[in-house]
Design a protein around this ligand. Structure first.
Ligand SMILES: [Zn+2]
Length: 483
């Protein structure tokens, strides 16, 4: 047993980097890069996309083609029945980790690291990717409000829920997450709606996320330690204007490829009954997929509708898909910035940006740099291409505790503290205190023995205000005045 683990470890060390992760908005060509890397470097691809795990809707969920599948081994595609609504990120994580490497309970004799294969994760769905990178499922803090991937309008969903009223929300939460419900007051609509939303998006109760997070060593508010050492992360970026055009064109291509037929067929097979039973809310499983719910009105149009009416509904669906796709692309980029570029810490791997704007120069701007980076990393050398520097990490808000003695106020958070020091209120108190101090000193010097020089007195009086406000402009003026 121990010996076989030893052999596994030795083999596992041979795969450097331990894995490749390809991030990027929809339409940036992640699959293409994954396949090209896979073909050259003995890689196998793991799709981290919460919609692609389901069978069906191949066009709208943008699955790789049969031709692409033949070029490189792909995993985690089309294996969940579309009527299953409780497939969760935990299920995904357990299956995918077993494919990558022997970890704890998730043993798999044929895992990629044992076979000297380079795992290439392509995504997709942000919390699916996070579940493979870090030893926590996901950070469900408020900053991650937009963690949902099902499509657009995540925060709208929360607002929609809030309208139901506290009692109803609380009842619903008690059904899916009794632990969380027990901790929340029925009047606290916002928090209850948030917990319900997390459950809807991820299939995992909010309380379970929190437990999981707390249970991890080093897994504070910013996520746990990395599962695999030194993963290589690529972020495919395009000029947004160019990407928008590409996304619109892609929807048109989907239409030519038979999108409407696919939607109709899927609707007849899996959705019609739900709609008839009024049990379809498009928040579970594959039904959340961008591009399906947008055609609801078209797919459920009454038989009696005229051709013209149907045509109008169809066109409206197409427009809605285009809008939702572009919005989703922005959300995906925002997630990369928030989770990888604005987070300081050892558990955040470097991110290499690749420019996919000009598709005619793809080899030059995307493939070759990616291969070059991987080559250097595999030799244990630093790539000549620099990763993106963590942006604004120093400005990141920490939940630090500050006390302003001048205003007699406790302030939590670095950003709030900076804002306070610049606030009118604070300046007002600074001026007031300075005036009091000066008056006080003058009164003292008037009664005490004459000071050797006026300068000493002035310095002292300034020093009483200086420590808490050394950057304060009014204070500097005041200091000059004293001299
Ligand atoms: Zn203050």
């Amino acid at each position: 047993m121990a010996a076989s683990t030893g052999v596994r470890c030795a083999l596992r060390r041979a795969v450097v980097p331990s894995l490749v992760v390809i991030l990027g908005a929809t339409g940036t060509g992640k699959s293409k890069l994954a396949i090209e890397i896979g073909k050259r470097l003995q890689g196998e691809i793991i799709s981290a996309d919460s919609m692609q795990v389901y069978q069906g809707l191949d066009i709208i969920t943008n699955k790789v083609s049969a031709e692409e599948l033949a070029q490189c081994s792909h995993h985690m595609l089309s294996f969940v029945d579309p009527l299953i609504s409780n497939y969760t990120v935990v299920d995904f994580r357990n299956k995918a980790l077993a494919l990558i490497s022997f970890i704890g309970n998730f043993s798999n004799i044929d895992d990629m690291h044992s076979r000297d294969k380079l795992p290439i994760i392509v995504g997709g769905t942000n919390y699916y990717i996070e579940s493979l990178l870090w030893k926590v499922l996901v950070d469900t803090g408020q900053e991650n409000e937009e963690s949902g991937d099902g499509g657009d309008g995540t925060s709208n969903r929360k607002l929609e829920l809030e309208k139901l009223g506290g009692a109803e929300l609380h009842k619903r939460l008690a059904e899916v997450d009794p632990k969380m419900a027990a901790m929340l007051h029925p009047n606290d609509k916002r928090k209850i709606a948030r917990s319900l939303q997390i459950h809807e998006e991820t299939g995992v109760p909010h309380s379970r996320w929190l437990e999981e997070q707390r249970g991890q060593d080093g897994g504070g508010g910013l996520g746990g330690p990395l599962r695999y050492p030194d993963p290589c992360i690529f972020w495919l970026q395009a000029d947004m204007e160019a990407l928008d055009k590409r996304l619109d064109a892609r929807v048109d291509e989907m239409l030519s490829a038979g999108l409407i037929e696919e939607l109709k067929d899927f609707h007849d097979r899996y959705n019609q009954q739900k709609v008839q039973d009024s049990s379809q809310a498009y928040q579970h499983g594959i039904f959340q997929s961008i591009g399906f719910k947008e055609f609801h009105d078209y797919l459920t149009a009454p038989e009696s509708s005229t051709q013209q009416e149907k045509e109008a509904l169809r066109n409206r669906g197409i427009e809605a898909v285009k809008i939702a796709t572009k919005r989703y692309a922005r959300k995906q980029n925002k997630w990369v910035r928030n989770r990888f570029l604005k987070r300081p810490g050892d558990n955040v791997p470097p991110v290499y940006s690749l420019d996919v704007t000009d598709v005619s120069r793809w080899e030059e701007t995307v493939l070759n740099p990616a291969l070059q980076i991987l080559k250097r990393l595999s030799k244990g050398e630093e790539p000549s291409i620099q990763p993106i520097r963590v942006q604004g990490a120093e400005q990141r808000n920490k939940r630090s505790h500050h006390t302003c003695d001048i205003c007699d106020k406790v302030i939590i958070g670095d950003l709030e503290w900076t804002a306070h020091l610049k606030s009118k209120k604070h300046h007002f108190h600074v001026r007031k205190k300075r005036k009091t101090d000066v008056d006080c000193k003058q009164a003292q010097s008037a009664t005490a023995a004459p000071a050797p020089s006026g300068e000493t007195l002035s310095k002292d009086s300034c020093a009483t205000v200086a420590p808490s406000c050394s950057e304060d402009n009014t204070l500097r003026q005041h200091t000059r005045k004293c001299r």
